[in-house]
Write a protein that binds this ligand. Structure first.
Ligand SMILES: [Zn+2]
Length: 559
């Protein structure tokens, strides 16, 4: 660490001595970028390779080495002299070249949140780590007996006895009461750090450093709320009748523990549908490879380097990993021939092609997605195909009857899931915003006000506790949740553009996206190739003709 800081300091001192006209400023900045990338590129590649080893083997020493490298990278961005230099260049307004201006913007917002006294950063990282450790080791209990989260999910999805459900639901929330004091302390520390760099609170800083702004997000989420209130109320009333009936109670007696998921963020599987049936004799890897080749975005090189099947010690979920921004992209999965894993491999390969097809003539700093939610959008766009009846018919050779069967249930389920997720994201977004604005307010009541308002779920009788704090995202991915929803909105906006403007169709009913090279060409040119060259909303305007809007999500899933 010392070595890197010292050499960068010397470098900055040298560039400050040379001239001050626009050309000189640009030259200084170009040399700064060159020196910066020379340090950060090999470190990033090494960290990515070590993380890949850690995830595929589960070895503690790999995870440890990865944290060390991460710390080394974060220290690069903590350097106050470098930041002063970047800030000076930014404030001079002299960088007119589009590529340099974008790199300046990216560097500025990478350094900014790190300009905090190292002791404060360490305290934040330490507290964050200790809360996560408490999370992992805590087990809730039912009648004094310890239970795991899978026990709880089993009860919530199958148990008919309401008292057992209530106890299981409460067990899922117990960890919230254990960590809530530390979490509020962490929120205050994060706010203190944000104020050190000139922001009113950490929520605002995170949004701004992610190059979004609170006003735009408020507008998008208000619109989403307005457009989903009526359909959500209708779908939820239907669901309530089915659920109340299954427990033999009145709909008025439904409580939060009757909804199959601790936070009601997933639709209860009350509509029978076994899509796995169609995938069990197929090979989802082969299907994905064939599909992507068909749209002109071949993934055989990605799959060859990937780690696709279950193994002892291996990371149990899935992710896509850009190792070097030079085409070495890999995915990790634990494939089985089921609908869920069909969706997952399509989703992860969506992330992977985004990385693979960044234009390699662009500078290293711009060979990234425009925003984390834009790569989520591409992944969701392709992931949604696994239960699309037209896609399934073509890829799995299904009959017209089979297709119709799937269509009926799948559409209803997909719509409900999307609208439900939007309402849940409204709770998360609004709660977190208010949590950071005033961490001393009555948060437990605030939580239930929002749940009642957006999810139409009744609060349990009696005083409410800090069950909300059992949502790990408040600790491990703060102020990020809205990006999942933005990804869904963009996936629908791209879908609309392609169907109605590029394919020039009147309806998306028969769109399977199978074998459509035009789809691949469009995405490469407008989304994948430019990488981070344009700010996310400029990229979206160029790709779809308008800024991000909830309109098309609503058109696809709500109307
Ligand atoms: Zn994803």
């Amino acid at each position: 660490m010392e070595r890197i800081t010292a050499s960068l300091t010397v470098f900055v001192a040298v560039v400050f001595l040379t001239g001050c006209g626009p050309a000189a400023k640009q030259g200084q900045f170009e040399r700064f970028i060159e020196a910066h990338v020379e340090k950060v590129e090999p470190l990033t590649k090494e960290a990515n390779l070590v993380y890949w080893d850690a995830a595929t083997t589960g070895k503690t020493e790999d995870y440890k080495r990865f944290s060390e490298l991460q710390l080394e990278i974060s220290r690069l961005y903590n350097n106050p002299q470098d930041f002063a230099f970047i800030k000076g260049i930014k404030e001079s307004g002299r960088i007119k070249n589009v590529r340099l201006a974008r790199q300046l913007d990216k560097l500025y917002y990478a350094y900014l949140p790190n300009q905090v006294p190292p002791e404060l950063l360490e305290e934040i990282v330490g507290l964050d780590g200790s809360i996560q450790e408490k999370y992992s080791s805590f087990r809730g209990s039912i009648d004094g007996k310890k239970v795991t989260m899978s026990d709880i999910y089993n009860i919530l999805t199958t148990e008919k006895d309401c008292r057992k459900r209530e106890l299981a639901w409460k067990a899922s929330k117990q960890v919230g009461n254990v960590v809530v004091d530390d979490l509020i302390k962490l929120v205050k520390l994060r706010n203190e750090a944000a104020r050190k760099v000139g922001f009113e609170n950490y929520h605002t800083l995170t949004i701004v450093a992610g190059r979004q702004n609170v006003k735009d997000l408020d507008r998008i989420f208000d619109e989403l709320c307005e457009l989903t209130t009526e359909p959500f109320t209708r779908m939820k009333n239907e669901l309530d009748i089915i659920l109340a009936d299954s427990y033999g109670i009145a709909t008025g007696d439904l409580m939060p523990w009757h909804y199959h998921d601790p936070f009601f963020q997933r639709t209860p599987l009350v509509y029978d549908q076994d899509l796995d049936l169609y995938y069990k004799d197929k090979d989802v890897r082969e299907l994905a490879e064939k599909y992507y080749a068909g749209v002109g975005l071949p993934v055989n090189d990605i799959l060859a380097k990937s780690d696709l099947y279950d193994r002892e010690g291996k990371y149990p979920h899935a992710f896509s990993h850009d190792i070097d921004r030079q085409g070495d992209v890999r995915i990790l999965c634990n494939l089985q021939n089921t609908e869920r894993w069909m969706e997952t491999i399509l989703h992860e390969l969506g992330h992977a092609i985004y990385s693979k097809y960044h234009d390699r003539n662009e500078p290293w700093l711009l060979r990234e997605p425009a925003h984390s939610f834009t790569t989520e959008a591409i992944a969701m766009f392709f992931g949604r195909l696994s239960r699309n009846a037209a896609w399934m018919q073509e890829m799995l050779d299904l009959s017209d009857e089979e297709r119709m069967e799937i269509e009926e249930v799948s559409r209803k389920y997909l719509r409900f899931q999307q609208v439900l997720f939007a309402r849940w994201a409204l709770v998360m977004y609004n709660f977190e915003k208010q949590l950071y604005a005033d961490p001393d307010q009555d948060l437990n009541n605030l939580w239930w006000q929002l749940v009642e308002k957006y999810q139409l779920i009744k609060r349990p009788p009696g005083p409410v506790d800090a069950g909300w704090a059992s949502k790990l995202h408040f600790t491990s991915a703060p102020c990020y949740y809205h990006n999942y929803m933005m990804g869904e909105l963009l996936a629908s906006q791209l879908h609309h553009r392609i169907v109605y403007k590029i394919f020039q169709l009147k309806s998306d009913r028969d769109v399977s996206y199978v074998g459509d090279k035009i789809l691949g060409d469009y995405l490469r040119e407008k989304v994948l190739g430019p990488g981070a060259l344009y700010r996310w909303n400029d990229m979206i305007k160029r790709a779809t003709g308008e800024p991000l809007t909830p309109k098309y999500f609503v058109e696809q899933f709500v109307k």
